[in-house]
Each structure stands twice: as structure tokens, then as C-alpha cells.
Ligand binder design. Structure first.
Ligand SMILES: C[C@@](O)(CCO)CC(=O)[O-]
Length: 312
């Protein structure tokens, strides 16, 4: 066992396919490696301590909102047959939480990697996904696994629940602007909204879910062909579907309108919605930078500009 161990991960952005992915449709998500999460463990004799932006104290008295991470650490200590092992874990993050950027999944990935490093054990990708989803299941109920898959990926991911996900090529020289409404977005609540609508309205909602799958396949083709107009049609269409599924929000719609009026070829919410972040696609960096300023002026609490060609 080491005296000092670390684990890192990063934010994710769902380009398209959120919510549809819960019902077996594909999704495409992008790792955002510039927005980081880190977990550092120091070995202790007996004390078990956790420090993060929400909690600083004894591991056993972690607050309810960190129940997922607590459950994960318990499972990890049990896996290494060391439930009483002393440690001091410090989790630091640049990822805003509850905004659809995968902060809880990134924490789970960083913590899992840090404990495997601490106990000096090799960690396969499959084990990482399974283990980190312990925390996600605690926090979100029945997550698709998309967030954890992207928080641990190094290139854009094609994801279908329960199947092996794989990296996809991106040949589009566009830019992504990400803007935060500043409104908390709770995956569990948003997923329940869609599920309830599906029960009440049935077929019309199922058609929207199926359409999200169709638009995700169209996005994959547009990304590999470098076809920006096609990508724009797919992403804008997905926003219409997501609105019909009850997961948009007036603050999101306002930022989407600002983006479309200022040079974005496409704009949609990202993640679970009902708050959180939106994304806009700009054909050039100068337009993306201008857009990011306009979105801040319109009330976005934070913005980021990322090239779409992340895996080149
Ligand atoms: C809304 C959702 O599709 C993405 C949340 O980031 C839920 C999930 O995939 O588990």
C-alpha cells in the first residue's frame, strides 16, 4: 500500500442522445479533458477522513448528498479486505456539480482510480466502469452508465446502454460553446419526468425517444463526414425532442435563443436538463468566443469553448 496515491478524471458533455439512452437508444458524449477532477489519498494509521468542496470530516459521518461516494469507498475498502484502513482522501474539482457535466461520475472515477493506486492494484477499464457505477446507482437510481463511460474516456464515445461503448472519429473543425444556466439539474428528477410522461402519453413520447436515436445516428455520420449542416439539423432536432420530453427549462431556452441569434448553427441542452448547461456549435473560434461573451452577458454563470476535434 502506498503512502500517497492519486486518481484523476474529467468533465463530460453529452453531444446528443441524453434521455433516449435510458431507453436503449445510442448517445454520443465528449470527454472535456480541460475541466478536471482529482482525488488524492494520504495513508493514515486509523482515522478515515474525507475532504471535498461539500464536506470535511470523518468518512462515517458524510452528508446524504455524498452517500454515493461513501457507498463507493465502503465497497472499495471491502474489495481490498481493509475496511478499517486509515486514509485521508481530498477530492478537488473544476467541474460544476448538478449541471449536466458529469461531476458525480467524474468523482466516482477519480476516487476508484485513487483507491486502486493506493492499494497498488491494476484496474481494468471494465472494472473501473462497474465500480464507479456503484456511486452512480446510489445517486441516480438506474443510470445508463454513459456519464462514467465518458468521465473515463479520452475520445468521443458512442454509447449504448449495456453494450460495449467505443470511440468515434470526429472530422469537424467546429467549436463547442458550453454555458451554465446556474440552475441545479437533478438527473433522478429529470429521468422520472420522462418516465412519467411515457406512462401517461405512451406513443407520442416513445416516438420522441426513437427520434433521439435516429438523430444520434445522423450525428455520428455528420461527425465522420465533416458535415456541419447535417450536425446542426440533428442537434436542433434533438432539442425539440427534449423539450417535448419535459426536460428543458426557460433559462435554457433563453440561452439557446441567444446562441442561435449570435452565430451558433445548433444549440441544445446537455445532460439531464431542467437546468444545468446548454451547448452551441459555432463554425469558427472567433464566433465561439463572441458567443461565449454574449451568453455570459445574457446570464450564463460560466462558459467554456472547446474544439470539436478533441481526438485529433
Ligand atoms: C439523462 C441521462 O441520459 C444523462 C445524464 O447525464 C441519464 C443517464 O444516461 O443515466
Amino acid at each position: 500500500m502506498k503512502n500517497l496515491a492519486t486518481g484523476t478524471s474529467h468533465a463530460k458533455i453529452i453531444l446528443i442522445g441524453e434521455h433516449g439512452v435510458v431507453y436503449g437508444q445510442p448517445a454520443i458524449a465528449l470527454p472535456i479533458s480541460t475541466i478536471q477532477m482529482q482525488a488524492v489519498i494520504h495513508r493514515r494509521e486509523t482515522a478515515q477522513l474525507v475532504k471535498s468542496r461539500y464536506f470535511n470530516g470523518d468518512f462515517n459521518s458524510m452528508t446524504a448528498n455524498l452517500g454515493g461516494i461513501q457507498a463507493l469507498i465502503k465497497a472499495l475498502l471491502a474489495r481490498f479486505d481493509a475496511p478499517e484502513q486509515g486514509f485521508d482522501i481530498h477530492i478537488t474539482s473544476d467541474i460544476p456539480s448538478e449541471r449536466g457535466m458529469g461531476s458525480s461520475a467524474a468523482a466516482a472515477v477519480a476516487v476508484t482510480r485513487a483507491f486502486y493506486d493506493f492499494f497498488e492494484q491494476p484496474l481494468s477499464h471494465q472494472t473501473l466502469l462497474k465500480t464507479a457505477n456503484v456511486a452512480e446507482s446510489y445517486t441516480h437510481g438506474q443510470p445508463s452508465g454513459l456519464d462514467v463511460a465518458t468521465a473515463s474516456a479520452t475520445s468521443p464515445v458512442w454509447f449504448v446502454k449495456g453494450r460495449e461503448n467505443y470511440p468515434i472519429p470526429v472530422k469537424l473543425p467546429g467549436y463547442l460553446v458550453i454555458a451554465d444556466t446556474g440552475i441545479k439539474s437533478q438527473t433522478k428528477v429529470a429521468v422520472a419526468t420522462v418516465r412519467n410522461l411515457l406512462i401517461v402519453e405512451g406513443e407520442t413520447i416513445q416516438q420522441r425517444i426513437d427520434d433521439l436515436g435516429h438523430l444520434t445516428r445522423m450525428t455520428r455520420d455528420a461527425l465522420s463526414d465533416g458535415n456541419l449542416p447535417k450536425l446542426a439539423r440533428a442537434l436542433n432536432g434533438a432539442q425539440d425532442d427534449l423539450r417535448s420530453l419535459g426536460v428543458s427549462h426557460p433559462a435554457l431556452e433563453q440561452l439557446l435563443a441567444v446562441a442561435r441569434q449570435n452565430g451558433a448553427v445548433a444549440a441544445k441542452l446537455t445532460g439531464s436538463g431542467q437546468g444545468g448547461c446548454m451547448i452551441a456549435v459555432a463554425p469558427e473560434e472567433s464566433i465561439a468566443n463572441d458567443l461565449s461573451q454574449k451568453l455570459s452577458a445574457a446570464g450564463a454563470t460560466a462558459t467554456w469553448v472547446e474544439p470539436l476535434l478533441a481526438n485529433d
